[in-house]
Design a binder for this molecule. Structure first.
Ligand code: NAD
Length: 298
């Protein structure tokens, strides 16, 4: 058993902290939201009065926060002042590569081992303890982080040095956003050319157009019964989160001088969809923008 601080107990962090408790860790929890903190307490975490109070006297600190600015401020104001230098630091939030590298550099200068460990898998995988972790950081920090992450995930990959986890995450999600748009527009064109969606799926899912957006999150209802398209695009991976990740990818591409025309187009489309009220739906609902059937909520 280890003593672990968990800061950020939202949709993802709540389930992750509960899984740490389940395998026997003692978890000190903090969130700005009293409701999130109450849920964590019900799952067996010990509520702390502040992020700094949670971070004091533990073996590892895990953060699961919305964006780079939250991570920068929580580490600067609470984690670095309160933690002891042998504490392992793990940031599992999805944030910009620059913030991840800046916080990691600050950690290294202060004598802490730190990894960026963003996740793939969503809320259901966070609850089930089946997340995929993409980990950036030094080899010895990864070796210490792996057993902690194993309580919350089933696949843990060392992607490289500081920031490499975030780099892998945003490149993967840029590919996913572009492939969903391409899959959706293929179904729209297939329909206009008189093809039945199931027939097109049966062919393309076995042909060279096959991809995860088609076979796991098919944007038309029917061919993949578990896909969000079968429940009016509720749940799944929100278009707002896809837009967030595409924006992170565009910022990273701009800083690195990498050409990303498909990712840029996907960002434009998800920005338009979010602006028209689609932010809360699964990202496969982008097909409604493309086929002209989207009606903004009243
Ligand atoms: P969320 O908004 O549900 O949770 C974030 C939590 O952080 C909230 O409870 C909020 O109160 C808390 N918080 C914010 N600032 C804080 C501070 N200064 N101190 C303490 N708590 C603070 O978000 P989420 O869906 O759990 O996502 C968390 C991260 O995981 C994000 O970076 C997101 O991009 C990433 N992610 C989410 C999903 C998903 O499906 N939801 C999937 C993969 C990755």
């Amino acid at each position: 058993m280890s003593r672990i601080a968990f800061i950020g107990l939202g949709n993802m962090g709540g389930g992750m902290a509960a899984n740490l408790v389940r395998v026997g860790h003692q978890v000190a929890a903090f969130d700005l939201s009293a409701a999130a903190l109450d849920r964590a307490a019900a799952a067996g975490c010990i509520p702390a009065a502040s992020a700094a109070a949670a971070a004091a006297g533990v073996d590892a600190i895990i953060t699961m926060l919305p964006a780079g600015e939250h991570v920068r401020s929580v580490y600067a104001e609470a984690v670095f002042p309160a933690a002891t230098p042998d504490t392992l630091l793990l940031d599992c939030s999805t944030i910009d590569v620059e913030s991840a590298r800046a916080v990691n550099a600050h950690a290294a200068a202060a004598g802490f081992a730190m990894v960026d460990a963003p996740v793939s898998g969503g809320i259901a995988a966070a609850d089930a303890g089946t997340l995929t972790f993409m980990v950036g950081g030094a080899a010895d920090a990864f070796a210490r982080a792996e057993p902690v992450l194993q309580a919350m995930g089933k696949t843990i990959v060392h992607a490289g040095g500081a920031g490499a986890g975030q780099a892998a995450k945003i490149c993967n999600n840029m590919l996913l956003g572009a492939s969903m748009v391409a899959t959706a527009e293929a179904f729209v064109l297939a329909g206009k050319l008189g093809l039945d969606p199931q027939t097109f799926f049966d062919i393309s899912s076995k042909a060279s157009g096959q991809c995860w957006s088609m076979t796991s999150y098919c944007p038309v209802p029917g061919p993949v019964p578990t896909a969000p398209s079968n429940r009016d695009y509720a749940g799944g991976f929100a278009a707002a989160l896809m837009l967030k990740d595409l924006k992170l990818a565009m910022a990273a591409a701009s800083a690195a001088g990498a050409p990303v025309p498909m990712g840029a187009q996907a960002e434009t489309l998800y920005q338009a969809f979010a602006g028209l009220g689609g932010a809360g739906l699964d990202f496969s609902a982008i097909i409604k923008l493309l086929d002209g059937s989207w009606r903004a909520p009243a």
